[in-house]
Design a protein around this ligand. Structure first.
Ligand code: ADP
Ligand code: MG
Length: 629
């Protein structure tokens, strides 16, 4: 028996961590994510064997850390073993960079905040090849891995023969892009102008990566469990509907933000699809599962590709039955088409049914018709600029940017937390303002929501007016006159026959409550000052803001007192419509309104005093009260 030389040990170990080019890309990208990057771009040459270059805009690496950066077991993410159970970073072993230097040439260029210049240094076998050299650098870190496996002839040969390594890298980054919605990813071949992965919003990335046919056939799924027996998790994701046909299952799975594989879950879902759908189609599934950190062991696989989960079987069963339920429900309604009946027959005029059934008639179909316009043309409309640059309230802005959504307190107020304070936030006011501001920002550059059946303006307005034919006619005529402007600037499209057929996308993934179309049109007709440019844009934006605001649905809330209304009516369809509308709204509040609000809303000063934000109590005080109980 002989003791192996350390360099041999290291090279063998390195070969395990970095099995193929894609494993190096995964480690590098995870490091970039750990460094709080908001943009990560990858360039690959020769399937990654010649070059992998990952550039990020993260916090960078300090000069004094560079000498040990690529030594084995050096990390900034873990100090004691127990930290593993509260870890939120992707990395923790401090092995990835070291491994790369044993099987490739690694060059790091990095700059930290506040520095005038960056440093560049190359590594071999874990150590620097020279002192770091000062150089020009843009924010963040760029790591170049060249000639991967140059010293592992057999590995290099097998890889050279397989053509799909670039494909694997694109696939990896696509998955990352879908999950890490807040980070923009790009990936291209060296020398190529066009990127093969280029991400924007989650649905957009799914659309651009997996195609329109996937994206338009997705359904949202969610399961939560807080079981005392120890099965606690939240899952949210998208699953393909029965309209989607594919030969291969795609499961994009993140557990606690970590891209992992789970063959048991994959099989469980495939079984449901096979059993539920007539066509033998395989699903597309994106799921993000969050679990208490202490229920997941991430340390069972050298590349952290598989994880072990406490009570995995129970969790999979719960997800399975939710997916099944979703599929069955969707399958039942799938053949439903909007019947061609005149509006007044579709809409119940019964006073006991406040909502009418307009949404059936107006079921909106999202389409991603990108309106191509010359941005210059309109960006210098100074009236719009003036409206956008209204004053905001600095204290509130800070609250809005950093608050967390807790839940709905009642139909109008959401409970939100900021630092140690709890607030009641009026979601109707907030969303109205947000939609208004977004309308101005997207001015003349909207995507469109296509209505499945164009709806006659005058009948719509009539609905809002209840019976006054004359005024409805006049308003419809007025709107027809303004149609060109409304289309050009606001993407509200009315055809020459006086039908409404297209509406603007104000926030991605959000469609307004179609029951409010009549009110919207009436408001356009009555309340807009058409003669003054600025007042006109403001009026239209405010009308849109009010229409798209997340008002409580017109149908009474079935999970409150409203249930009595439905038991009296004995109308199952209406009840399920109502349940859908309320659930949809709550989802939108949490997943569309609050995230967008944090990004875009500039709360006007008036919001500080008009009851939009009301402080409930400080948490410290609440704790004190609970202690006494
Ligand atoms: P680990 O991620 O497990 O800590 P690595 O070998 O992947 O180990 O990285 C070692 C250390 O190098 C990290 O802990 C981090 O401090 C630093 N690092 C690596 N990549 C980057 C990067 N892109 N930006 C900032 N720091 C980085
Ligand atoms: Mg790492």
């Amino acid at each position: 028996i002989q003791r192996l030389e350390e360099s041999v040990v290291n090279r063998i170990a390195a070969g395990e961590v970095i099995q193929r080019p894609v494993s190096a890309v995964k480690e590098l990208v995870e490091n970039s994510l750990d460094a709080d990057s908001s943009s990560i771009s990858v360039v690959v040459k020769d399937g990654g064997l010649k070059l992998i270059q990952v550039s990020d805009d993260g916090h960078g690496i300090r000069l004094e850390d560079l000498p040990i950066l690529c030594e084995r077991h050096t990390t900034s993410k873990l100090t004691k073993y127990e930290d593993l159970f509260s870890l939120s970073s992707m990395g923790f072993r401090g092995e990835a960079l070291a491994s790369m230097t044993y099987v490739a040439h690694v060059t790091v260029t990095t700059i930290t905040k506040g520095q005038i210049h960056g440093y560049r240094v190359s590594y071999k076998d874990g150590v620097m090849e020279h002192e770091p050299k000062a150089c020009a650098a843009v924010k963040g870190t760029q790591i170049m891995v060249e000639n991967l496996f140059y010293n592992m002839i057999a590995r290099r040969k097998t890889l050279q023969n397989s053509a799909d390594d670039y494909g694997k890298i694109v696939d990896l980054l696509s998955r990352m892009a879908i999950h890490h919605n807040e980070v923009s990813f790009s990936c291209r071949k060296h020398g190529a102008v066009k990127a093969d992965v280029h991400s924007v919003s989650r649905l957009d990335s799914i659309r651009s990566i997996y195609g329109v046919s996937v994206a338009k056939n997705l359904m949202k799924v969610e399961v939560s469990s807080a079981d005392s027996s120890g099965c606690t998790f939240d899952m949210e994701g998208f699953i393909s509907s029965s309209n989607y046909v594919a030969k291969k299952t795609i499961l994009v799975l993140f557990i606690n933000d970590r891209l992992v594989e789970c063959s048991a879950l994959k099989r469980a879902i495939e079984i449901v699809y096979a059993a539920t759908l007539p066509k033998a189609s395989k699903p597309f599934v994106y799921m993000s599962i969050s679990l208490p950190r202490e229920h997941v062991d991430i340390n069972i696989h050298p590349t952290k590709k598989e994880v072990s989960i406490l009570n995995q079987e129970i969790m999979i069963e719960m997800i399975q039955s939710e997916v099944e339920l979703k599929l069955r429900n969707a399958n039942d309604t799938r053949t439903f088409k909007t019947p061609k009946v005149p509006v007044h027959k579709m809409v119940r005029t019964d006073a006991a049914d406040p909502a009418g059934r307009l949404h059936a008639f107006l079921s909106a179909v999202r389409s991603s018709i990108r309106q191509r316009r010359n941005p210059k043309e309109t960006a210098d409309l100074s009236s719009v600029q003036e409206l956008i640059n209204g004053v905001d309230h600095p204290g509130l802005l800070e609250t809005v940017r950093n608050c967390t959504y807790v839940g709905m307190a009642d139909d109008v107020f959401a409970l939100v937390q900021h630092k140690t304070h709890l607030y009641l936030a009026n979601v109707v006011n907030l969303s109205k303002e947000l939609m208004y501001q977004q309308t101005l920002r997207r001015f003349a550059h909207f995507n469109a929501i296509q209505l499945s059946d164009p709806a006659p303006l005058s009948e719509l307005i009539l609905l809002a007016l209840k019976e006054e034919d004359k005024i409805a006619e006049m308003n419809a005529e007025l709107l027809k006159e303004k149609a060109e402007m409304l289309e050009e600037y606001f993407s509200v499209y009315m055809d020459s026959n006086g039908n409404l057929s297209r509406l603007p996308v104000i926030l991605d993934q959000y469609t307004p409550d179609m029951d409010r179309v009549p009110e919207f049109l009436l408001c356009l007709g009555n309340d807009v000052e058409w003669d003054d440019e600025k007042a006109c844009f403001q009026g239209v934006s405010a009308a849109i803001g009010n229409f798209y605001a997340m008002h409580p649905p017109l149908l009474p809330n079935p999970s409150g007192d409203g249930i009595r209304f439905y038991s009296k009516m004995l109308d199952q369809d209406l009840l399920s419509d109502a349940e859908n509308a309320w659930a949809q709204r709550e989802w939108s509040i949490q997943h569309v309104l609050f995230p967008s609000m944090r990004l875009f809303l500039k709360p006007p000063a008036s919001m500080a005093s008009n009851g939009t934000f009301v402080k409930v109590a400080s948490l410290e005080k609440l704790y004190k009260i609970f202690e006494r109980c």
